[in-house]
Design a protein around this ligand. Structure first.
Ligand SMILES: Cc1ncc(COP(=O)(O)O)c(C=O)c1O
Length: 393
């Protein structure tokens, strides 16, 4: 029986399936009242019983019970030792790059989220860090790119927006043979479909704004780690820079996680139906979806993931056609972001990937004809009907 006044009386629920772990979290309930919705501990500071008699919570920049519940739950779901929750995915990535020293190099996948590119392009360049981009679909490219200065490999798989797939285990082998830190941005898959730490990654990052929060109502970032050395450094970064998630927002993520497994299944099912329909349309020139059997990384997806996710991109015949679609979509919202209940259509060229120089975008295929879609939780037939009237109407 649980000791009802102890925040440390939690277990990792290793005997439970993933979908029970999402629902029950770490402690699950409030240890004081038994409340089954973990309370929002909206407190900046905590009273001490006496000298050296802390409750374990001193000041919310250091510890907060609600944030701790979220962080413990994320560590369980991603199979890490420790997780930290940040104000945004950008803040989480900035903390990870803070593990590096001036003069170090990071090798990243070429089709990277625009905000991650922006971090390397300005603030971190000032610290004399080099960001090098390679196509990680072929591990040989990674091996070739590594120099004496390289200290970290950073991967998104599938990538956003081109849905390129890389083999996490193979890149982990390369990283460890060279003594490099291997980071995977797992935002698009969530731990429900892909657990990079079990495949050899050292660190997982998330924009918690997306599938983890799951409702388009909160900004958040998550870092999950295995090694004590990096855990200590990320904790120090968080305490020093003060970029930790606020209790209300942590609660929204705890709530989001309770339905992660159900949502991911529907996102994926809808994306598959929409991707298959788009492929039959004359005005659609190419569809990028990691769940197509003839797609570049299908075999790797089958090996390292348990589903294909809710994201796809497609190219239409002209920029005018893009304009028309974005004006006509109705049920589907023309908006930046992904991973929530409402299906969103995004124009990467002017939105998510605007920071990336035009020549790099063109080489990747992020042209003025490319649209990205985050399949939501609506009925797929309604979504297809909306796309049909927007494309063909
Ligand atoms: C793959 C990926 N990583 C990181 C981020 C940054 O996250 P945030 O917007 O929460 O700062 C995003 C945002 O779109 C993203 O798509």
């Amino acid at each position: 029986m649980k000791n009802f006044d102890n925040f440390n009386d939690y277990d990792r629920k290793e005997n439970l399936h993933f979908d029970s772990q999402t629902v029950h979290g770490a402690l699950g309930h409030d240890p004081f009242s038994g409340a089954v919705s973990f309370p929002i501990y909206q407190a900046a500071t905590f009273r001490h019983r006496g000298l050296f008699e802390s409750t374990g919570f001193d000041y919310s920049r250091l510890q907060n019970p609600t944030r701790q519940e979220l962080e413990r739950t994320m560590a369980i779901l991603e199979r890490g030792e420790r997780a930290f929750a940040f104000t945004s995915g950008q803040a989480a990535n900035a903390a990870v790059f803070d593990l590096l020293n001036p003069g170090d190099e990071v090798v990243l996948c070429d089709d990277i989220y625009g905000g991650t590119f922006r971090l390397g392009d300005s603030p971190l360049r000032k610290q004399n860090l080099t960001f090098t981009y390679v196509d990680m679909c072929d591990p040989a490219n990674v091996e070739k790119a590594i120099s004496a200065k390289t200290k970290m490999l950073f991967l998104e798989t599938p990538t956003n927006p081109m849905m390129k797939v890389a083999d996490i285990s193979k890149i982990a082998e390369i990283a460890h043979a060279h003594g490099l830190i291997f980071v995977v941005d797992n935002t698009l898959m969530s731990p429900y479909f892909q657990k990079p730490l079990t495949l050899g990654a050292d660190i997982v990052v998330h924009s918690g704004t997306k599938f983890i929060g799951g409702h388009h109502d909160v900004l958040a970032g998550i870092v999950v780690l295995k090694d004590k050395e990096y855990i200590d450094q990320i904790q120090k970064h968080l305490i020093t820079y003060g970029s930790q998630l606020a209790p209300q927002d942590a609660w929204l993520l705890i709530r989001g996680l309770k339905t992660l497994h159900l949502r991911m299944e529907r996102h994926s099912e809808n994306a598959m139906k929409i991707a298959n329909w788009l492929r039959t349309q004359d005005k659609v020139k190419k569809v990028y979806y990691a769940g197509f059997e003839d797609s570049q990384g299908y075999d790797i997806m089958k090996k390292q993931c348990t589903g294909f996710g809710g994201m796809l991109s497609f190219a239409v015949e002209s920029a005018d056609m893009v304009k028309k679609i974005l004006k006509r979509v109705d049920l589907i919202y023309f908006a930046e972001s992904l991973g929530g209940p409402e299906t969103l259509i995004t124009y990467p060229m002017t939105q998510t990937h605007e920071s990336i120089p035009a020549e790099i975008r063109d080489a990747l295929g992020i042209t003025d004809c490319l649209l990205r879609l985050s399949a939501g939780l609506e009925n797929a037939d309604d979504l297809i009907a909306d796309l049909d009237q927007a494309i063909n109407g």
